[in-house]
Ligand binder design. Structure first.
Ligand SMILES: [Zn+2]
Ligand SMILES: [Zn+2]
Ligand SMILES: [Zn+2]
Length: 325
C-alpha cells in the first residue's frame, strides 16, 4: 500500500439537493505511467505472483481507504471520511479471455466463493456498511485494462440506487406483508415472456421496466439478502445461470461482444433488512450492432430512461441468444 500523501484529496461530499453522496478522490490522477504492453494483472507481475487462478487485490488507486483522512469541515456543506476499501478481482490468469462467460462454470463458482469469503472478512470491519461488487466490460465504457477483472467497493454508506430499492421494498412490505422481489419473480414466472433462463434455484429475466435496450436481472428463488447466505448448491447454480446469461450478451450480435455493466445488489452488511432480496443486474450497452445506447439529456439530465424498442421482443432476442450458448 502506498503511503498516504497528506495533499491527496479524499472525502465524501453530500449533495443536499439530491440527497446523495459523491465520492471524491484525486489519487487516480497520480497513476504512474506504465509501459504499453505491461499488464499488472498477469501472473508474474509485482503484485500477482504465480500459482493462482482467481485473485483479489487491493486497488492501488482507490476511492476509499481504511486510513482516509478526516476531512476539513465546511461551514455549510456536509462531508464524511472516505473510509472503506477498494479491491480488484482478477478473475483468471488468462489475459486474452474476452469475458467470464468463456470460463467453465466451476471457475465462476470459485470466483463467487472467493467474493463470499471477502464479504465475511469485511463484515467484521467497523467502517463496512455496504459491499458492492461490480464488473465493467468493454472499451466502450472506458475499461482500459482488458485483463478480465471486476471490482469491489466496501463502502461506509449504502449506495443510492440500493437505498431507493430498500425504501420501495420497505413500503411494499408494510403494505402487503410480502417481499416486493419475491412477488416480481412470481409475476415473471406467470408472464413467462421476459424469462431469459432459469434453473432450480435461480431465475434470470429482462425486467418489465428495463432501462437499457438489453437488460437482465438474476434472482435466487429463495428469499435471501446477502451472498453469504447462499448454500453450496445455490452457489454452483448461480455460477451456471450467470455464465449463461452473460454468454447471451456476448453472442447477441455477431461481430462483437456486447459491452455491459454488471452489479450485485444485496443487503447492507450489518443491519438485517428482512424485506430486501439480493439480485444481480446486467445492463447491455448496445442498441444494435455497433450502436451504443448513451445515457444522455433525458437519462442523465432528467433522470428517466427512454426505451426505443419493445422490451418483450428484446427479451426474446436475448433468450434466443442464450440458447446458442
Ligand atoms: Zn494480463
Ligand atoms: Zn424476496
Ligand atoms: Zn437492484
Amino acid at each position: 500500500m502506498k503511503d498516504f500523501d497528506k495533499k491527496d484529496l479524499m472525502e465524501l461530499r453530500w449533495d443536499p439537493t439530491l440527497r446523495e453522496w459523491v465520492l471524491v478522490s484525486d489519487a487516480r490522477r497520480r497513476r504512474p505511467w506504465q509501459p504499453k504492453n505491461f499488464c499488472p494483472f498477469c501472473p508474474g507481475a509485482p503484485e500477482t505472483g504465480y500459482g493462482w487462478d482467481v485473485l483479489i487485490l487491493e486497488n492501488r488507486y482507490p476511492m476509499l481507504r481504511e486510513d482516509a483522512p478526516e476531512p476539513h469541515p465546511h461551514y455549510f456543506y456536509r462531508k464524511r471520511r472516505a473510509v472503506g476499501k477498494c479491491y480488484v478481482v482478477i478473475e483468471t490468469p488468462e489475459h486474452d479471455l474476452d469475458d467470464i462467460s468463456d470460463l467453465p462454470k466451476e471457475h465462476i463458482a470459485k470466483i463467487i466463493r472467493l467474493i463470499i469469503d471477502k464479504i465475511r472478512e469485511e463484515s467484521t470491519k467497523k467502517y463496512a456498511k455496504y459491499f458492492l461488487w461490480f464488473r465493467n466490460k468493454g472499451s466502450e465504457i472506458g475499461v482500459s485494462l482488458t485483463h478480465p477483472h471486476s471490482q469491489i467497493y466496501v463502502l461506509p454508506i449504502v449506495p443510492s440506487r440500493v437505498m431507493r430499492e430498500i425504501m420501495s421494498a420497505r413500503a411494499y412490505w408494510r403494505e402487503n406483508k410480502r417481499c416486493l422481489f419475491c412477488d416480481l419473480i412470481e409475476v415473471e414466472k406467470n408472464d413467462k415472456i421476459r424469462i431469459l433462463t432459469e434453473n432450480e434455484r435461480w431465475i434470470s429475466f429482462m425486467p418489465f421496466y428495463s432501462h437499457w435496450p438489453f437488460e437482465a436481472h438474476i434472482y435466487p428463488k429463495r428469499h435471501i439478502g446477502l451472498l453469504t447466505e447462499l448454500d453450496d448448491e445455490e452457489i454452483d447454480l448461480f455460477a451456471e445461470i450467470l455464465r449463461k446469461t452473460l454468454c447471451g450478451f456476448k453472442k447477441l450480435f455477431a461481430s462483437k461482444s456486447t459491452p455491459y455493466i454488471m452489479v450485485l445488489h444485496q443487503s447492507p452488511l450489518k443491519k438485517a433488512f428482512e424485506y430486501y432480496h439480493l439480485h444481480i443486474e446486467i445492463y447491455g450497452l448496445l442498441r444494435e450492432e455497433n450502436k451504443l445506447k448513451y445515457a444522455a439529456g433525458m437519462e442523465i439530465g432528467g433522470g428517466n430512461f427512454t426505451y426505443d424498442y419493445d422490451p418483450e421482443e428484446n427479451a426474446e432476442r436475448l433468450r434466443e441468444s442464450i440458447k446458442r450458448c
